[in-house]
Write a protein that binds this ligand. Structure first.
Ligand code: IMP
Length: 197
């Protein structure tokens, strides 16, 4: 069965394709499916937003669609930027601008703990929904390290690997990341669903 990956974020597309192919799931991009949808992400949770995105792609393509909604939750900032991670600081900012703003807002904070969260949902043409969540705990650095990955990767330190996400290889990041963990939780649910068809 073919699935549409409901994301226009190149960094995420690359990662999700890589991890999903490991579990034998064939995915095509929205462009390959001949659609271009960007629904308003007006949910208040990662789960709500991932379902909004998957549903829009499914309705436009007629194919089952998989979407991820993710973000960075910082304890000392009361959970910000959270579901607003992609829009933190407003429109027109680069990834570097956004993590620089985050570092500024973290000045003087002793609690640097944070987590990345990812919720993955699949919406089927018959309306069925499968959803799974994954997290990756870490700490906000005082200055960026490494230039790999995307988004907040250079300022997010993962203790188990002793590196920032910006310093990790793709394989390293997939092995510990929120998205990797969400996909690993999602896969058995998808497999069980497909078995019942
Ligand atoms: P979404 O496309 O609405 O899910 O936005 C997620 C946003 O959270 C991204 O634009 C990034 O700013 C941030 N984010 C999510 N996952 C990651 C990651 O793996 N590394 C760095 N930043 C991430």
């Amino acid at each position: 069965m073919k699935f549409v990956l409901a994301s226009n974020n190149q960094g995420k597309l690359l990662e999700m394709r890589e991890i999903l192919s490991e579990i034998g799931v064939e995915v095509i991009s929205q462009r390959e499916a001949g659609i271009s949808v960007e629904p308003e992400e007006n949910g208040t949770t990662f789960e709500e937003n991932s379902i909004i995105k998957a549903r829009a792609s499914c309705e436009a393509s007629g194919l089952p669609a998989i979407a991820d909604d993710s973000g960075l939750v910082v304890c000392a900032l009361g959970g910000e930027p959270g579901v607003y991670s992609a829009r933190y600081g407003g429109d027109g900012l680069s990834d570097t601008d956004r993590y620089t703003l985050l570092l500024k807002n973290m000045e003087g904070k002793t609690d640097r703990s944070a987590k990345f969260v990812s919720c993955i949902s699949c919406v089927f043409p018959n309306g069925d929904v499968i959803t799974a969540e994954g997290e990756c705990p870490g700490e906000i650095l005082h200055a960026p390290k490494g230039d790999g990955g995307f988004g907040y990767d250079p300022v997010f330190f993962v203790k188990s690997l002793g590196k920032s996400m910006g310093e990790m290889s793709h394989e390293e990041k997939n092995s510990v990341s929120h998205r990797g963990n969400a996909i690993r939780a999602f896969y058995p649910k998808l497999r069980d669903y497909l078995k019942k068809l």
